[in-house]
Write a protein that binds this ligand. Sequence first.
Ligand code: ADP
Length: 421
Amino acid sequence: MLLGVIADDLTGATDVALMLAREGMRVVQTVGVPASAAALPQADAVVVSLKSRTNPAAEAVEWSLASCEALLGAGARQILFKYCSTFDSTDAGNIGPVAAALVKRLDAPFTVACPAFPANGRSVYQGHLFVGRELLSDSPMKDHPLTPMRDSNLVRVLARQTALPVGLVPVQTVEQGPAATRAAFEALAKDGPAIGVGDAITNEHLRTLGAAFDGLPLLTGGSGIALGLPENIRRAGLLAPSGGARPFVAPAGHSAILAGSCSAATRGQVRDAMERGVPAFALDPVAIAQGRMAAADVLAWAKPRLGRDPVLVYSTAEPEAVRSVQERFGREEAGAMIERLLGEVARGLADAGVTRFVVAGGETSGAVVGALGVSMLEIGPEIDPGVPWTLAADGQPLALALKSGNFGTADFFVKALKMLG
Ligand code: ADP
């Protein structure tokens, strides 16, 4: 293994895995803290996906360190800690605490923090994070229910999260190239380990940051910070110039779409699929809660319809309907109940010969992958920005497209399945 990645959520892990695969690496994503180094697969890069973004910081640190240990044991030469490109976190963590713990474990002289992802409009200038044309603190992230981001100055945000000194490596330095950039990080860390917020407005800046960290033990950032890393490895002659990605062959079998996201993009995708004539089963949260609808009912409907063309099972609903269900049954309880049911449906469909799943929703994807007993994903071709096809690398052969709620074009479901031929 050349690169070990620790990601703080599942669909974010898939995003960075895709970035590395596109740059020519063979990438495998694992789900949850690896049991041991021996449990990790052979690949150029292994991405461990945790669900640690909003957990207590101590737990996020513990899981990240355990993952780091397994990755090092499996031969990782460099570790990347991947978080959201909107720096989702609170003053209690978890980005600062996890970064600091990894700096210590890896004996890193310094590390970078850079969530920039220019292709998706995230840029860092003078340490301030922009989302498109807006400062992070003016963007919708200011009202995020779990991690409201009300300060765009990442030097300040990080300094509130960690005791390590935090400084800035501004774009004027990054523009001077990898050597000057590295010297600036070294200067920040002249009295001991430090974190440098790295400016990046363009992919070229991200590549420079990547090159500046050639041979260093630790980077942290969004998926963009991974852009320059395959080139370091290729330059060292460790990666085949033509890339190490293997051809993607989806297993033969039936197709199904499971949508548990209620995000705007998913609502449009569900409508689009139904307009195209995809047979659809609407889950009714009230009926589920009252025991009048169960996985067996969905499976009885779906099984006679299975074939080359997909079936769609969805709980996707408009915000008012979601609110009313949440008020009646509780936000978490309603979510967990639907996730559990979609997991059972996925399991039953796989037993009935479905081998190709498109899943909409981050939490929903976690539930489905768990119910299918999949703990390892091999990254395949990109469907839409940030969303690849993946193959289950353990258990039965399955192709999985796991889409975070707001990703993908309106025709995503049908387009994704068409790609498999
Ligand atoms: P996204 O990626 O869009 O955030 P997630 O799957 O992560 O999607 O989260 C959606 C959450 O909403 C899940 O916990 C899901 O079970 C829950 N949910 C789905 N449909 C409904 C509904 N009709 N009413 C209430 N909650 C729902």
